[in-house]
Design a protein around this ligand. Structure first.
Ligand code: FAD
Length: 318
């Protein structure tokens, strides 16, 4: 089923969902199942699987020269989605990026998803590769997520990259996109970023999942501003419980979000990460309760492969 259909069928009840990362190359899929199994009792109608683009590494040769090598540390997004749909009978939502993909690559990726019976995709631009400062698309690739959404929506109308295709089959993907309550790091301000979000909706996006946030006020204000600017599609909050003291600096650095003073204070008081984990669970449980009371369609948790804290939170609120 499409995410929008799941939301409609829930009739106002908040649904539970989460996001996982493919394991590091060389590990097997059991680690994925071990992360999902404890969360199945909360009946997620869908599970997102992130996509990780290539990275460049430079290896020193015997002659002192550097050899540039392309590595993919977490391959397997499509295979994991197929395995999830087959094992758990829930919808898997693969993330798909502009970065690293030409439009032909994107089309072929989507054809695979269509053949596997995958009905939803999360369309993202992706970040710049680690060795570069700015995002660069592939030759004949999509530049912004809105361009990618347009390509997917085009395939839903039977438009393929090759012009002459007889009796082409229309795909039927429901397209999700990212939203940023504290704005995307490259956007000049939040209003401009929301304008770009609206362009993604105009291109065919049917729902939004937000970047993580730790202050619900920011989410509520973001939703209000989106509605004022005419964004009508469902906006799903993304949540992540803090689990280590180090995350006080890692999360703002990686995700460009602020942490509230009170949360920082509570984490700093902790003697070890077991205590931090408990603070994170309590904070996220409170956030979840308030968001449910406000009638959000889904609570989407960034599990990052660790399900025990998400299970504790979901056990309190679902
Ligand atoms: P876009 O919507 O294209 O926006 C990127 C920037 O460009 C924004 O600043 C926007 O304001 C601006 N912009 C947009 N259109 C225009 C235009 N026409 N002209 C000028 N400026 C414009 N990354 C991964 O690598 N893999 C994942 O699986 C993944 N999953 C994610 C899931 C969620 C829910 C979120 C919130 C993020 C995820 N990311 C993932 C990170 C994401 O790829 C980065 O945040 C990326 O930098 C932006 O992606 P986007 O789709 O929001 O880009």
């Amino acid at each position: 089923m499409k995410i929008t259909e799941h939301i409609e069928a829930a009739n106002g009840k908040t649904l539970f969902s989460f996001e996982i990362l493919p394991p590091l190359k060389g590990q097997n899929i059991q680690s994925i199942f071990d992360g999902i199994d404890p969360l199945m009792e909360f009946k997620p109608p869908f599970i997102d699987v992130t996509y990780h683009r290539e990275e460049y590494v430079y290896i020193e040769q015997k002659n002192g020269l550097l050899e540039k090598k392309i590595v993919r540390k977490r391959p397997g997004t499509v295979g994991i989605c197929a395995a999830i749909q087959s094992k758990y009978k829930v919808d898997a939502v693969p993330h798909i990026l502009c970065g690293g993909f030409s439009k032909e690559d994107t089309e072929n990726f989507l054809i695979d998803l269509d053949f596997l019976g995958i009905k939803n995709v999360m369309a993202l631009r992706g970040d710049a590769v680690k060795s570069e400062t700015y995002f660069r698309p592939e030759p004949n690739g999509n530049f912004f997520a809105s361009d990618l959404v347009r390509q997917i929506a085009g395939m839903n109308l039977g438009d393929f990259q090759e012009e002459i295709l007889d009796n082409s089959h229309n795909t039927d993907f429901c397209i999700g996109v990212a939203g940023y309550p504290e704005k995307h790091m490259e956007a000049p301000n939040l209003d401009q970023d929301i304008k770009r979000l609206k362009e993604k909706m105009a291109a065919g996006a049917e729902y939004v999942v937000t970047q993580m946030f730790f202050d619900n006020k920011k989410f509520f204000e973001f939703v209000d501003r989106c509605r004022e600017q005419g964004i009508t599609i469902p906006i799903i909050p993304g949540l992540k419980p803090i689990a280590t003291k180090k995350q006080l600096s890692v999360i703002p650095h990686r995700f460009h979000v602020d942490l509230p003073e009170e949360l920082i204070h509570e984490v700093e008081k902790c003697r070890d990460n077991e205590q931090v984990r408990q603070v994170g669970v309590e904070w996220c449980t409170e956030q979840s309760r308030e968001l449910i009371a406000a009638g959000v369609p889904v609570l989407h948790y960034y599990s990052m492969g660790k399900s025990s804290n998400i299970k504790q939170i979901a056990g309190e609120v679902f």
